[in-house]
Design a binder for this molecule. Structure first.
Ligand SMILES: *[C@@H]1O[C@H](CO)[C@@H](O)[C@H](O)[C@H]1NC(C)=O
Ligand SMILES: *[C@@H]1O[C@H](CO)[C@@H](O)[C@H](O)[C@H]1NC(C)=O
Length: 286
């Protein structure tokens, strides 16, 4: 099958972890019944987004000792027989006490395929306006991550990782056909850059890109932009939505990757005698 159906679950996330996990399960099953082969959950899908919540909701990410959210994700993938990009959860590394913002990917057999720790932490400090410093509580991951599916390899990034074109470039040059970003932009950066970043990463690298946000919660301290979006290798928006809870679907015509590369062959015309090849240096997991 060269046209898998991708589904982005723009989940309404609340304060109760068990409710978030149950809602995620019902949405993943709904997507699978609608024909999805790959399903994506949003950044921080088991916990409200905010540095004050990370420690309280954190879990160990070790498939040999699966914690509550890992068990739920594995079961969801297996029950719905999909490739599941499990958004992200706050991860606790028991040996060090360090916290990470971590995405796990699951196969239709319920086995863990990959784990990505957000590598670029989001720190902003506008005096008198907004202070949000992930680095005060989180540690960054130190590896780029990709995972294999029957339709090709996909690279992973989380939210702010989207702003760093090198990550997507390295993935594409190493043969990935798409980048998947669980993310939660806010109501300022969302309208400015969310779609533009996805289209830019898709255009420069001639790959599919998709970003999955939580739904906006007007009572939350962090107002997510929503607008989960799927973009094709021509940088055309295939599917998107507003800020409410929803599932965004699109079939991915995998033949488009080769088609756009034949018509605009930038991938074979680079001048590494004039500038470096970023893919020659990046460190990749999996
Ligand atoms: C969203 O984040 C940006 C920085 O990335 C900040 O400038 C802006 O004030 C924030 N907007 C809201 C509504 O919090
Ligand atoms: C927001 O809070 C108000 C007042 O507590 C409540 O009535 C409303 O249902 C809440 N909305 C959401 C989306 O949780």
């Amino acid at each position: 099958m060269s046209k898998p159906k991708l589904a982005l679950v723009q989940l309404a996330v609340g304060a109760k972890k068990a409710v978030n996990l149950a809602n995620a399960r019902s949405k993943v099953l709904e997507a699978s019944k609608a024909g999805a082969n790959m399903v994506v959950l949003p950044e921080c899908f088991n916990s409200p987004y905010g540095t004050q919540y990370f420690a309280q909701y954190a879990e160990e990410v070790d498939s040999k000792r699966p914690s509550e959210s890992l068990k739920a994700l594995s079961a969801m993938a297996q029950e719905s027989k999909v490739y599941l990009v499990g958004g992200s959860i706050p991860e606790l590394e028991p040996d060090t006490g360090n916290l990470f913002n971590t995405c796990t990917v699951w196969g239709p057999d319920g086995l863990l395929l990959a784990k990505h720790r957000k590598v670029h932490l989001f720190d902003i400090d506008f005096p008198g306006k907004i202070v949000f410093k992930e680095s005060e509580v989180l540690k960054p991951g130190n590896a780029l991550t990709e995972f294999a599916t029957p339709w090709g390899k996909f690279g992973l990034g989380i939210c702010y990782d989207m702003r760093f074109p090198e990550m997507a470039m390295v993935a594409a040059r190493r043969g990935c056909v798409g980048m998947i970003y669980p993310g939660a932009f806010n109501t300022t950066t969302g309208p400015l850059h969310w779609e533009l970043l996805l289209r830019a990463r898709a255009m420069d690298n001639q790959i599919f890109t998709a970003a999955c946000s939580p739904a906006r919660d007007l009572n939350a301290t962090y107002q997510a932009w929503g607008h989960s979006t799927i973009v094709d290798p021509y940088a055309r928006v295939l599917a998107t939505t507003n800020e409410a809870e929803n599932i965004v679907y699109s079939d991915l015509d995998m033949d488009l990757v080769d088609e756009v590369r034949r018509s605009v062959p930038i991938n074979t015309q680079r001048r590494f005698d004039l500038y470096p090849d970023v893919a020659a240096t990046g460190h990749t997991d999996e």
